[in-house]
Design a binder for this molecule. Sequence first.
Ligand SMILES: [Zn+2]
Ligand SMILES: [Zn+2]
Length: 318
Amino acid sequence: MSEWISDTPFDPKPARHGEPPQVVVAGQRIFAHRAERLRQLAARLPAMGEFLHFSALLCQAQHRTSLDRVSTVGFDARAWRVAVEQGVPPLTPAALLGSLDWRDDLDALLETLDAILAREGERFAAQRLLLGRLIDVAAQRRLALARRLLDHAPIPRDTRALAPFVGGALQVAWTRLARTLEPLPGRPLAGAEGRCPCCGSAPLASVVQLGRQRSRTRYLHCGLCATEWYFERARCSQCTGTAKLDYIGCEDEQGKRGLALRAECCGECGGGLKLVDREWEADAEPLAEDLASLGLDALLDAEGYARAGFNPLLAFGD
Ligand SMILES: [Zn+2]
Ligand SMILES: [Zn+2]
């Protein structure tokens, strides 16, 4: 790799032969995989079945939208170079929210989801009525909502119902674009380790991976573009502290583990990020496990930790 990249916060060194890759972008089946996992979890957790099943259908619609639509905004090699020279990730929402065609993805996503819900019969009739109203929400309000989601700001009550679909469309647009980056940025260096090297977003969760190359290696998983980047185990993704980590699980009264995750909580900065362990369950997937473990967020809150994960399918009010 050329020298122009060497003084940036990104480590341009490719992994040495036999070492796990530093940065991995999501494959084409990421949304389909999430949908499959959410269906499994809906069957396992009947109390959350309706919510998880609906979320599975939303991910299924994301999968179709990501394959069916070809973005009119492609990878810009010059912009990539400038961004990395300036020490910022190449696909930040601050740079691209106005120009990337995520609003077309949103229209396609709402239409595809409506067709999927129609096939479910009366079960999701109320949600279809809601979608019908959301399709008419003005462009300006959609943009304001996208900004608030990306800033992790509370979402006003009158547009909160639209938030998961706007978040879903943003994920489709950014995941598609991240897949075209060539070459990939390296792993973020000191000061930026907790931010996605492709888009600069916060992680949704961390994940201990499986597989020949990445076995037992921990990565942070981007909430927006689903890129994964290497991050040492037993280290806080928020402040990088290692001294006061605590792990909170979601076992039932019998001590049986219900989901393949726990939260890694830091006494130094007060943040808590979910840690998905694929060694426990090979099918586990960060976004699906996050949606299925909202009870763990309540537990974190009760223990005085703040949720650090960024999941654009979840909107929080004041
Ligand atoms: Zn990202
Ligand atoms: Zn910390």
